[in-house]
Write a protein that binds this ligand. Structure first.
Ligand code: PRP
Ligand code: MN
Ligand code: MG
Length: 178
């Protein structure tokens, strides 16, 4: 585990400070409203569970699994729904929570589907934004950190389904995936 990490890019304290900061901004934005927070499995689990502790409006959570990556390190561009939401989002305020936006293909596809279901509002909150990877434009309302073009793992992010349990965002050593 730890021996596979070249460098800690964002440590636990920085992440939790950001969660608190984002939680305050989001609470202000939805003040007096109800909110449904959608976690995009699996990468966003840690971020969503920590983020919602900092959101102070009545909220519900739901989960969706849309996968664009296989076992490799780069996006295949193939996006499929593995698990759909449990509840209808019609006339609801929706906040989509992601761990990272890279090519933007996953969210661009997802936004098209979810907007067609008639939500009252729909916004995106991502912990990490990697603009150098972008293949399609995405309108993101809340961004935690802008990150460089490195292979990141931890705090939900995986390589080949591993490293999600690290409490920080780390850069994976090249010899692990090459
Ligand atoms: C990763 C990540 C984002 C998406 C970002 O998920 O968690 O959901 O890729 O990539 P993109 O902007 O290029 O589409 P992945 O498909 O690997 O599934 P996972 O969350 O289960 O790891
Ligand atoms: Mn994901
Ligand atoms: Mg993944």
């Amino acid at each position: 585990m730890k021996q596979d990490i070249k460098e800690v890019l964002i440590d636990e304290t920085q992440i939790q400070n950001k969660n608190s900061e984002l939680g305050k901004i989001i609470s202000e934005h939805y003040r007096g409203e109800k909110l449904t927070v959608i976690c995009i499995l699996k990468g966003a689990i840690m971020f969503m569970s920590d983020l919602i502790k900092n959101i102070d409006v009545p909220l519900e959570i739901d989960f969706m699994d849309v996968s664009s990556y296989g076992e490799g390190t780069t996006s295949s561009g193939v996006v499929k729904i593995i698990k759909d939401l449990d509840a209808s989002i019609e006339d609801k305020n929706i906040l989509i929570v992601e761990d990272i936006i890279d090519s933007g293909l996953t969210l661009s596809y997802l936004m098209k589907i979810l907007k067609s279901r008639g939500p009252k509002s729909i916004e995106i909150c991502t912990l990490l934004d990697k603009p150098t990877g972008r293949k399609i434009d995405i309108d993101v309302k809340y961004v935690g950190f802008t990150v460089p073009d490195a292979f990141l793992v931890g705090y939900g992010l995986d390589y080949s389904e591993k490293y999600r349990n690290l409490p920080y965002i780390g850069i994976l050593k090249e010899n692990v995936y090459r």
